[in-house]
Design a protein around this ligand. Structure first.
Ligand code: NAP
Length: 285
């Protein structure tokens, strides 16, 4: 491979920074796309960084110079596919990119209105060679959006009822992405990426209680109480609505499927919630 022939978008994000670390660890030729390229990505300091903003096509040619594979992500706040993504898809075609590995979301194939599915379809129509990664909810959400409730109140708040979710460690998703980016034979494939077991939030709370040595309880609020709780914590309504959508899917039992595809790609069992919690225990202490 030529120098810098993998471009990683979202390289500072939950999955992207882990993709970057893995490519750096493999000494794979990669370039990290950041809105502010002066900021390093911890663990991937050796990799080149380039200015990149989906809203600024003037940077696309330089970001894609010499690139033949792209890790593509949809930043959560971007939903206008025509405006926010199609110019970059066109730029990838013009730059003769050979493969795009797109971080989609679980169940995208069943929901044509999801922005992720609209990007998948735009990629499929574009003539670019694509691979869609469709992960379930990150375990990392317990350490980010749920962190303060767990740390200060010993509670997980989410309107998920008794619905189970096969939570996946974003580090495993990144490992799968790196395997697809650097491997062969993944064109026109979509992979469902899940953890190895589906847990409801009472069971997840029990795992956290065990690991932290103190009680963590699942609170199962209705949607209105959940949104009020987030607002009281100063969280934006948009986040509350996205989380409500995510947990409603879980409540309906649509997030519980366990797929073997992650384990096939990474060649080992998926990380368990217990192991994830042990690695991140300091976050909740
Ligand atoms: N949360 C979950 O449980 C979950 C599960 C499955 C799928 N997903 C999907 O995964 C995606 C998010 O991945 P993530 O959690 O790894 O991301 P993330 O942590 O939210 O990070 C977003 C990244 O996007 C970059 N970014 C933001 N605006 C940008 C712009 N205008 N141009 C270029 N880059 C921009 C940011 O980079 P800089 O600020 O450095 O430029 C950052 O690296 C979403 O599409 C989400 O729906 C999430």
């Amino acid at each position: 491979m030529d120098a810098s022939n993998i471009l990683v978008t979202g390289a500072s994000g939950t999955v992207g920074r882990e993709v970057a670390k893995r490519l750096a660890g493999q000494a794979a030729p990669a370039r990290l796309a950041r809105r502010d390229p002066s900021r390093v990505v911890e663990g991937a300091e050796a990799l080149e960084r380039v200015r990149f903003d989906f809203h600024d096509p003037s940077g696309f040619a330089e970001a894609l110079r010499g690139v033949d594979r792209v890790f593509l992500l949809r930043p959560p706040q971007l939903a206008d596919i025509r405006r926010d993504f199609e110019p970059f898809l066109l730029a990838m075609l013009q730059a003769d990119v050979k493969r795009v590995v797109f971080l989609s979301v679980r169940g995208a194939e069943r929901n044509p209105l999801l922005p992720h599915r609209r990007i998948e379809k735009a990629l499929e129509r574009s003539g670019l060679a694509w691979t869609h990664l469709r992960p379930n909810d990150w375990m990392q959400n317990f350490a980010t959006v749920h962190r303060d409730d767990i740390r200060t109140r010993g509670e997980i708040w989410a309107p998920a009822g008794k619905g189970r979710t096969s939570f996946v460690d974003a580090r495993d998703v990144a490992e799968a992405a790196a395997a697809v980016l650097t491997g062969e034979g993944h064109e026109r494939r979509a992979y469902a990426l899940t953890g190895g077991e589906a847990l409801d939030l009472d069971e997840a709370a029990a795992v956290l209680s065990d690991v932290l040595g103190r009680r963590v309880a699942y609170r199962n609020p209705g949607v209105v109480a959940f949104l009020r709780h987030l607002r009281a914590a100063g969280r934006p309504l948009a986040l509350g609505l996205v989380m409500t959508g995510v947990y409603t899917v879980a409540r309906l039992g649509l997030a519980a499927g366990v797929s073997p595809e992650l384990e096939r790609l990474i060649g080992r069992p998926a990380t368990s919630l217990r192991s994830f919690a042990e690695d991140h225990a300091a976050v909740w202490r």
